[in-house]
Ligand binder design. Structure first.
Ligand code: ADP
Ligand code: MG
Length: 325
């Protein structure tokens, strides 16, 4: 049986020189922030049975636990620096730890984001990561910065993660190929870090967030904080390739209110349009203009002809228990 310290040493302490002044092994890690930069900090917890199914593949879980945190940095336009990992494990299952740490470090290395510490305890499987990034003063993409007349943009595509959930929950019958393809969006989200950093450093966007609980609900946070409204064109929303084969009602519902996409939703002045398209091309991420910020409060969903769509579209609320992912 592995001791707590052997477990940390074997799977998480890679003892390689990194950006941190002091990494794993002392009471605290030490970071030396780049002069003049602000530190962006975010935590996200993944709970078995709530955010992932019991028995979920460990490698995918390692990827996803860090991906959702990197996505928060992306939504702020911050550059990843390091993260801590607080882990409750039912047992020291070496095959699980091997897979989890591989998935985690593959994504961490791809983003130059170092594991600098954490905590390990026995308990029901629970993974909490706190991530640290840096952003120049005044460059962070805040939720309170949208202005009337701004375009609303979405990165990538929406809805396939929600479709995968519908398949797993037997809300819908999917073929094995559809389940596998849509499932990749749910299990292996790609945090849009490069895009977020370009939008912030080139001052192209104003407000941004990442879509974890569904576009309509999440965009609502920007509207509330910025004290504005919005009109979204449901027919302009970029559809995930698997969902694109389904009927229009389902497409609209899952694109507008499905969770777990981890795409960026951001607002930007009309003058940024060409530069945003260039930024998307530069980092290989599709960017689609889907609506406009209005001075009048409220969120209006219209179709391509401008007709108003009345849809029951709530984001996911863990305590209210509304539908979603
Ligand atoms: P303390 O009791 O002082 O909080 P711990 O014994 O919990 O320290 O942890 C020892 C060292 O290992 C610390 O530097 C801590 O940050 C690190 N650590 C513990 N668990 C993890 C983990 N899951 N991933 C990375 N580092 C960890
Ligand atoms: Mg501790």
């Amino acid at each position: 049986m592995l001791s707590e310290f052997d477990l940390i040493k074997q799977y998480f302490d890679r003892s390689r020189p990194g950006k941190a002044v002091l990494g794993i092994g002392d009471d605290c890690a030490l970071l030396a922030p780049a002069p003049g930069m602000q530190t962006a900090i975010s935590s996200d917890m993944l709970v078995e049975g709530r955010h992932f199914f019991a028995g979920e593949d460990a490698r995918r879980l390692g990827h996803k636990s860090l991906a959702v945190n990197l996505s928060d940095l992306a939504a702020m336009g911050a550059k990843p620096v390091g993260f801590t990992l607080a882990l409750a494990l039912p047992s020291a299952d070496q095959a699980w730890l091997q897979g989890f740490s591989q998935g985690l470090f593959a994504l961490a290395d791809a983003h130059g984001c170092e594991l600098i510490g954490g905590d390990t305890t026995k308990g029901p499987l629970n993974i909490c990561i706190t991530i640290f990034g840096e952003v120049a003063p005044g460059h962070a993409l805040r939720r309170d910065a949208a202005q009337p007349g701004d375009d609303i943009w979405i990165s990538g595509t929406l809805g396939d993660a929600r479709l995968a959930l519908a398949g797993y929950n037997n809300e819908l019958a999917l073929t094995a190929e559809e389940q596998e393809a849509a499932g990749l969006r749910m299990h292996l989200p790609a945090p849009r870090v490069a895009l977020g950093m370009l939008l912030a450093s080139q001052r192209l966007a104003r407000a941004a967030l990442d879509i974890s609980d569904g576009l309509v609900g999440d965009l609502g946070h920007i509207l509330k904080k910025s004290q504005v409204g919005a009109t979204l064109n449901a027919d302009a929303l970029p559809c995930g390739p698997v969902l694109a084969t389904k009927d229009i009602g389902l497409r609209r519902r899952f694109m507008a209110a499905g969770g777990d996409d981890y795409e960026l939703c951001f607002t930007a002045p009309v003058s940024s349009r060409d530069a945003i398209i260039a930024a998307g091309a530069q980092c290989g991420t599709a960017v689609t203009r889907v609506g406009v910020i209005d001075a009048a409060p409220g969120l209006r969903l219209v179709d391509a002809d401008g007709g108003t769509l009345a849809l029951q579209l709530q984001g996911f609320d863990h305590f209210a228990g509304t539908a979603g992912s």
